[in-house]
Design a protein around this ligand. Structure first.
Ligand SMILES: C[S@@+](CC[C@H](N)C(=O)[O-])C[C@H]1O[C@@H](n2cnc3c(N)ncnc32)[C@H](O)[C@@H]1O
Length: 265
């Protein structure tokens, strides 16, 4: 059972429907996994790629869904069980995959590469487990300048909590250089590497509710608990004000821009 107040639960209930579910649809539309593939969902989090894949009617031969965070996997397992999704959930680091050589046909890695501490090691490890002709597809958030929702979060957190809180948002956007992305994949031995900027139009009907959910608990810990209720409300006010035209007084609607990287073995 997962802890109901954990980051993983908050991630799954607040962030996944608004951000990661639409990205999962985009990544599946782009990769079009045909039946019989051995698939790796790398940095699977609460399992949105794996669950969307199965519920979309695809029939992979096998899905390995891997993450190093036990809480994220616990939420993923519970959700998958309820949906009747069958996957091999593995807790491991991306740089040490518990998988055989040449055992995966398609890897999808959604918004996780930027957090891997040793990216070259993780990508060469991924190259090892990919079968000849296998495909990989990653998406990685672009910089704050083109991501107004995250920029507004970073600004409000800097102002009301401190630079370290804002840095947690900046880390999400830290791997934005397309040339660096290309070099990372090519350097790990991948071929036909493409890096494309993709923008999704995302929204939430209640901007303040989204802010409370999204900024209350982040991957690096709860940033808002050290400040008073009053300051917290001011922080949300600033977040909404910083959104400018992306906030209509109640709802938020914003572009969410990432690089999508595809490559082959
Ligand atoms: C922003 S979440 C994305 C999760 C999921 N792919 C999704 O789209 O919802 C990033 C995930 O990467 C995982 N992660 C970060 N570093 C990792 C590593 N070194 N090895 C495996 N997983 C890692 C985190 O635990 C987290 O679940």
């Amino acid at each position: 059972m997962s802890n109901p107040s954990s980051f993983a639960d908050r991630y799954d209930t607040v962030l996944v429907p608004v951000i990661f579910q639409p990205w999962a649809q985009e990544m599946l539309a782009r990769t079009r996994p045909h039946d019989g593939l051995r698939i790796l969902d790398l940095g699977c989090g609460t399992g949105i790629i794996t669950c969307s894949l199965t519920t979309s009617g695809a029939r992979p031969a096998h899905i390995t869904a891997l993450d190093h965070n036990a809480d994220m996997l616990a939420v993923a397992r519970t959700k998958a069980e309820a949906l009747g999704v069958v996957a091999d959930w593995r807790q491991a680091d991306a740089a040490a995959l518990p998988l055989d050589d040449a055992s995966i046909d398609l890897t999808i890695c959604q918004q996780a590469l930027q957090f891997f501490p040793d990216k070259p090691a993780a990508l060469s490890e991924l190259h090892r487990v990919m079968a000849p002709g296998g495909r990989v597809a990653f998406c990685v958030q672009r910089e704050l300048a083109v991501n107004p929702m995250l920029n507004a979060q970073a600004t409000a957190l800097d102002r009301h909590v401190g630079r370290e809180a804002g840095d947690a948002v900046r880390a999400i956007c830290s791997l934005h250089d397309p040339a660096l992305l290309y070099d990372l994949f090519a350097g790990a031995g991948f071929e036909d590497v493409t890096v494309e900027s993709v923008s999704l139009a995302l929204s939430h009907p209640d901007g303040r509710a989204f802010a409370e959910g999204a900024m209350g608990g982040m991957h690096t810990g709860d940033k808002l608990s050290p400040i008073t209720d009053e300051d917290r409300q001011r922080c949300f006010d600033d977040f909404l004000a910083e959104l400018g035209a992306c906030f209509d007084g109640r709802a938020i609607a914003f572009p969410h821009v990432s690089h999508v990287i595809t490559a082959r073995v």
